[in-house]
Design a protein around this ligand. Structure first.
Ligand code: GLU
Length: 322
């Protein structure tokens, strides 16, 4: 029988409360699993953390990484389901997608409604995530996110709505499969490098470089970027306007930051589409383009890339291929 290891970290799926007023990370993993395990799937579980994912941090990321490495060595474990708050699920999933070297499936899931609300979505999401994890075609696809009957690659998925059950979407690529009452159908595979092919894998915990996201808006000037530079960041992701555009004042400070050895990535606040060569002269300034990664995901990649190099060309290659 296929054995899936459930690693629980908290979130609304484990939340308790009245409707929208609730506290994340209250219910233990064994209670979450009662009555929802698909037939033919055996489970084990561990409570790695129990937090709202706004409190997710690199310590918990590394606990997950270490548990996955240790447990992957066990032949009886076919894969991992990670329960997680939805607020930062896309960042944690992408971190492991890039950093964990395993062919075993890792499937994130969570819930938009807390466990004691009317019609919670957590039980079905967890049931479906377990089915996805146990499915033979899930191996080698890297980290997946199973939410609201969709199966997404960790690279492409983001939370696009504050409350809808269908909040998770891959706006540029779409889902790579669907899961309906535990029936799994894949129709695409991720093409960028991840897990076994990733050039950004980690063997264990290591301090992650300080990288800030600087948001842009009308009249934003340069003070946020200056504050980030004064705080000693090694990299900055600028959430630019449209195709990663910035005003002249900010552009000047971005160019100075490069001269100080800080890596500057242009991304977009738009939420979908790609940041490409355009109005900003990336070649002249040595800026890196985030492609179709949103700012928070570009930050995850940049942190891992900065552990390998500060060369903007090499970092651009990581962005183009991961
Ligand atoms: N803040 C909560 C969290 O991310 C709410 C999101 C959720 O889990 O749906 O844990």
């Amino acid at each position: 029988m296929d054995k899936v290891m459930v690693l629980a970290t908290g979130g609304t799926i484990a939340g308790i409360g009245e409707g929208g007023a609730y506290t994340s990370g209250q219910v233990g993993v064994n209670d979450l699993l009662k009555g929802i395990v698909p037939k033919g799937v055996e489970i084990e579980s561990e409570q790695v953390a129990n937090v709202g994912s706004q409190d997710m941090d690199s310590d918990i990321w590394f606990k997950l990484l270490e548990r996955i490495y240790a447990l992957s060595a066990r032949e009886d474990i076919k894969g991992f389901v990670i329960t997680h708050g939805t607020d930062t699920m896309e960042e944690s999933a992408y971190f492991l997608h890039l950093s964990v070297q395993t062919h075993k499936p890792i499937v994130f899931t969570g819930a938009m409604r807390n466990s004691t609300s009317i019609s919670p979505d957590g039980p079905m999401n967890l049931h479906n995530a377990l089915a996805v994890c146990a499915h033979p075609e899930s191996a080698g696809l890297g980290v997946l996110v199973a939410m609201d009957e969709g199966i997404f690659s960790a690279r492409d998925v983001s939370k696009t709505h504050t409350s809808h059950l269908s909040a998770f979407k891959a706006l540029n690529t779409g889902a790579i499969g669907h899961v309906y009452y535990g029936q799994v159908h894949f129709h695409a595979k991720p093409i960028q490098k991840h897990t076994l092919q990733s050039q950004l894998v980690l063997k264990g915990p290591t301090p992650l470089p300080k990288v800030a996201v600087v948001y842009t808006y009308v009249g934003c000037g340069d003070f946020l970027l200056n504050a980030a530079l004064q705080a000693g960041v090694q990299g900055v992701v600028v959430a630019g306007m449209g195709n990663g555009n910035v005003n002249h004042t900010l552009l000047e400070v971005m160019a100075q930051a490069i001269k100080q050895g800080v890596v500057v990535v242009r991304s977009s606040r738009v939420g979908s589409g790609e940041v490409q060569l355009g109005e900003v002269d990336d070649m002249r300034h040595n800026f890196v383009r985030a492609g179709d990664l949103n700012p928070q995901k570009a930050r995850v990649l940049l942190q891992l890339a900065l552990l390998k190099t500060t060369n903007p060309q090499t970092i651009q290659e990581f962005f183009d291929t991961h």
